[in-house]
Structures are given as structure tokens and as C-alpha cells.
Design a protein around this ligand. Structure first.
Ligand code: FAD
Length: 471
């Protein structure tokens, strides 16, 4: 008759599947989060995500207290702490939501086994996506490998049942506070330092709600504005989706309803949410792709290695490639932990197809830097750009970083924001300054291009020829 809810990537009270199921089942429900040293110990001591999580936990604790519960926060190894806490509280079941990342599945199997040793059950629910695992399959019973047919099947299957919210508050009387709930630790308590989290990302579920309100005022323009990094086009909700400070059901329901009313912006945005489900199911069906190429023939590609390759990689990370849009994008991720989607595609293409570097190096750098880092989406994005993935960009389609710049940042507004050393160049020169304004560039602290795009393009086509011959 007692249950524990183990929060992970679902840091909210509203429409939370595991919390709802626990409240429906048990008379006393406790809530906990483990700051897992298996994850935290590997991070640098300054990490924006840790601040984001602590902020979200603070809001979660306040919301639970308002409903009569409270959040117990532990700092240690989840596989030790969670079973220990369940035993201490004398619960018969622990409720949690699916986390389908390979490492998380291993951890959960271990926790289930440890709980089982004293008769406690681990009960899990879907919460992070609309459809997961084997819910959307082809007529032949296999997983989809191409997005558009997946999306069509997704849209055909979706109905109010999948999009409706769990009415948590209606059952909240079972929430129980406990003396073990002593508030949320500070960064210093767990050995971290402030990392400069930008305010406009918003704190916890309240921050997510504010971002959503703001986005709903402009969702109808999403399709026209989403590709221009200097324009406020996208929702900026990815970090909240990652940590579950907003419910995916709520977002998909809003978008789906607006789409049915003829809103094209909402329709395109819903498609992006479906991409998120798509990559999530790719991870479930093809876990090998989380470390190797989705299409094995792409593992034959010989990437650049050695000291020169390392220097190219460092220039890319630091935003000093001599290609202004690439550099502005890399400075955006370094300074804020966010990067606009168009720019993620541009810099990923640049790393693999202009610099000839292994996509996994870029993927790992994004994994360190992104506030919204999500294994399935990040891997999907990188393998799309390197052409090795499921429904990826064909290998012979190679973005021209200058043409991308002229098209998507025509007046150089975004470049000027992140590369102030170029701010006074005119709208034409700013995309390719060393060619178009060489005299103006003398003595400026801005590098010459580290590769010539035309030459790099030819090299890439040659590099990818091993794929063509095997395809
Ligand atoms: P919006 O345009 O408002 O989109 C709404 C939501 O849809 C996003 O919050 C996100 O959850 C989802 N979404 C949008 N595009 C994609 C996509 N292509 N794949 C999967 N989900 C998508 N997204 C992440 O959440 N985490 C990552 O680690 C990540 N790494 C990426 C790496 C590369 C190389 C590329 C090309 C894309 C990556 N994306 C990743 C997808 C996308 O760039 C971000 O989701 C988006 O920029 C987040 O901004 P937003 O919330 O304002 O997006």
C-alpha cells in the first residue's frame, strides 16, 4: 500500500505517467530523485545541465509540497540509493517512466533485480514520447527506416487516447511527505560550480510553461521562421522535453488540434515532434547505431586522423574555422548550451564533409555542450548529416557553408551577434570576409578559412566512394 515514484527525465507533476499510476495504486506515495554519481562523476565541475536539473527539482519539490507530498533527493549511485530508499520507506512498488537509452536500461534491470530481492516491484510506464518501442511498425511487422511513412503511420494511429493527460491532481491525496525530504541540495552541496545558465531557458516546469505560452503566440509562423537563426522562430522547448519539465502529450495535443484547424505552422512543428519519436524508436530497434554507423558500410570510411585533424577539430570546437556562420554557431553552443537546428545541420556537415572528421567526434562534443543533449536525437542528427544514418542526407549532398550563410542569415545578423570582430563588415562581405573584403581583414583577429570548401568537397566525394562501391 506504499509506493515510491522515481523521477528521472520527467521532472514535473502535471500529466506524469508514473506518478499517476502510483497515485492510483497506493494509499501512500513518496517521491524521489537520485542525483546519480554514475552520470555526474564523469562531468566537468561546471555543467549547465546540473544547474538546470537542480532548478527543475526545486520547482518539482514546491509543486509536490503544494499537493501534500515532497521530494526526497539523494546523491549517490542510483543502483544503490534507490533500492536502499525503497527498503527504508517500506514500499511494495517503485513506479518510474521508461528511459530507453542502453545504459539506462541496464541500470533499470539491475535496480529491478535488487528491488525484487526484498519483494518490491519496479513498474514502468511510457511517458517520454507518444509512441515508443514496437508501437508503430510497418505492415510487415518491422521497424520503419524512412521518416515519411513512419510519420504517416504515426498520424494514422494517434487519437485522443494517446494524447490525453493523466489527471494527476485528482488523485493527489495519496501524496505523502516524509522526513527524508529535506529540500533540494545546492550546486556546492554536490561539488559543482555555477556554469552560467542563461535565464531565458526558464526554470523547471514553470519556465517551460512560460516558453510554451510565448511560442503559441507565434506557432502559426513556425514553418516560415524556423530556418533563420537570427529570428525567434522555434519553441526553445528541447531542454524541457529532454528533462520532462513539459509533457510531450500536452505539446502534441496542442499541435494536433491546431493542425486539424488548418494551422500549417502547427503541422510542421508536430512533424518535428514526430522526428523525436522516430529517432527514439530507431534507438530501441538499432542500439548498435548509438556507437557505430547505422548503415555498416559507412564504417569503412577513412576519416582524417593525426595532429592536423586534431587542430581542425579544435578550430571547429572553438568557432575559429574562418567560416563565419560555422563560427557563430559554435560560439552559440559554447556560450549558451543551445544551437539553432539549421546551424546544427550546417556545423555537422562542415565537420564531416569539409573537415573530413569522424561524426562521432562532433557527436561527443555536442553531448558535452548541449543543454538539450539527448542520445537518440543527437545521434540521429549526426548520422543524418554524415549520411550514415537511418533516412539520412545522401552522401553527395554537401552543404556549402557560404551559400547556407547567405540564405539563412542574409544580413549577417546572427553572425554579428556571435562574431563581433566581423560586425562592421557589409552584408555581402560578412559571409566570406577573406575573399570579399581582404583589405578590410588585414590585422583583424579572425582566422583565414582552415579549408577550401571546393577542394574539401572533392575530397569528401572520394572519401565516400567506398560507400558507393558497396551500396
Ligand atoms: P523546435 O523547432 O521548436 O522543435 C520542437 C521539438 O521537436 C524540439 O524541442 C525537439 O524535441 C523536437 N525536434 C525538433 N527537431 C528534431 C530533430 N531533428 N530530431 C529530433 N527531435 C527534434 N535535439 C535534441 O533534443 N537533442 C539533441 O541532442 C539534438 N542534437 C542534434 C544534433 C544534430 C547534428 C542535429 C542536426 C539536430 C539535433 N537535434 C537535437 C534536433 C534539433 O536541432 C533540436 O531539437 C532543436 O534545434 C531544438 O530547438 P527547439 O526546441 O527550439 O526546436
Amino acid at each position: 500500500d506504499r509506493a515510491l515514484v522515481w523521477f528521472r527525465r520527467d521532472l514535473r507533476v502535471d500529466d506524469q505517467a508514473a506518478l499517476y499510476h502510483a497515485l492510483k495504486t497506493a494509499r501512500q506515495v513518496f517521491c524521489a530523485f537520485v542525483l546519480d554519481r554514475d552520470i555526474l562523476d564523469a562531468l566537468p565541475r561546471e555543467d549547465r545541465r546540473v544547474q538546470f536539473i537542480l532548478d527543475a527539482l526545486q520547482v518539482l519539490d514546491e509543486d509536490l509540497r503544494r499537493l501534500g507530498g515532497a521530494l526526497i533527493v539523494r546523491h549517490g549511485f542510483a543502483a544503490d540509493e534507490l533500492p536502499r530508499l525503497a527498503a527504508e520507506l517500506g514500499v511494495q512498488a517503485v513506479f518510474t517512466n521508461h528511459d530507453d537509452e542502453p545504459q539506462a536500461l541496464k541500470r533499470d534491470a539491475l535496480v529491478a533485480e535488487l528491488l525484487g530481492s526484498f519483494g518490491c516491484e519496479l513498474r514502468t510506464s511510457k511517458d517520454h514520447v507518444i509512441f515508443e518501442r514496437r508501437e508503430v511498425m510497418t505492415a510487415a511487422g518491422g521497424p520503419y527506416g524512412v521518416f515519411t511513412p513512419y510519420k504517416n503511420a504515426w498520424l494514422k494511429k494517434v487519437d485522443p487516447f494517446y494524447l490525453s493527460s493523466y489527471p494527476v491532481e485528482r488523485h493527489a491525496h495519496a501524496l505523502t511527505a516524509n522526513k527524508l525530504a529535506k529540500g533540494v541540495p545546492t550546486l556546492a552541496d554536490i561539488g559543482f560550480k555555477p556554469a552560467g545558465l542563461i535565464d531565458h531557458m526558464g526554470r523547471g516546469s514553470r519556465g517551460a510553461a512560460a516558453l510554451l505560452d510565448d511560442f503559441l503566440d507565434r506557432i502559426q509562423d513556425y514553418d516560415n521562421k524556423r530556418d533563420f537563426p537570427a529570428v525567434k522562430g522555434p519553441s526553445y522547448l528541447s531542454t524541457h522535453l529532454r528533462f520532462g519539465t513539459v509533457s510531450i502529450r500536452r505539446l502534441a495535443r496542442i499541435a494536433h488540434d491546431l493542425m486539424k484547424g488548418g494551422d500549417h505552422g502547427a503541422e510542421v512543428w508536430l512533424s518535428e515532434l514526430i522526428w523525436r519519436d522516430f529517432y527514439h524508436q530507431v534507438m530501441h530497434h538499432h542500439p548498435h547505431a548509438m556507437t557505430a554507423a547505422f548503415r555498416p558500410e559507412y564504417d569503412q570510411i577513412q576519416w582524417e586522423t593525426g595532429a592536423h585533424a586534431d587542430r581542425l577539430f579544435t578550430a571547429w570546437c572553438e568557432g575559429r574555422t574562418g567560416y563565419p556562420l560555422v563560427d557563430a554557431a559554435m560560439r552559440q553552443i559554447n556560450q549558451t548550451g543551445y544551437m539553432h537546428n539549421r546551424l546544427r545541420m550546417v556545423v555537422a556537415s562542415f565537420l564531416t564533409k569539409d573537415l573530413g572528421l569522424d561524426w562521432r567526434r562532433g557527436e561527443a562534443y555536442f553531448a558535452q555542450q548541449l543543454l538539450d543533449f539527448d542520445l537518440a536525437a543527437n545521434n540521429g542528427g549526426w548520422q543524418w548529416a554524415s549520411s550514415s544514418g537511418c533516412d539520412a542526407q545522401p552522401y553527395f549532398r554537401i552543404f556549402n557553408p557560404i551559400a547556407q550563410s547567405e540564405k539563412f542569415d542574409a544580413q549577417g545578423k546572427f553572425i554579428r551577434r556571435y562574431c563581433p570582430e566581423l560586425a562592421d563588415l557589409d552584408d555581402r562581405a560578412i559571409h566570406d570576409p577573406w575573399t570579399r573584403a581582404p583589405l578590410d581583414m588585414q590585422g583583424r583577429d579572425y582566422p583565414q578559412p582552415i579549408v577550401d570548401h571546393a577542394i574539401a568537397r572533392e575530397r569528401t566525394l572520394a572519401r565516400y566512394a567506398v560507400v558507393k562501391s558497396r551500396a
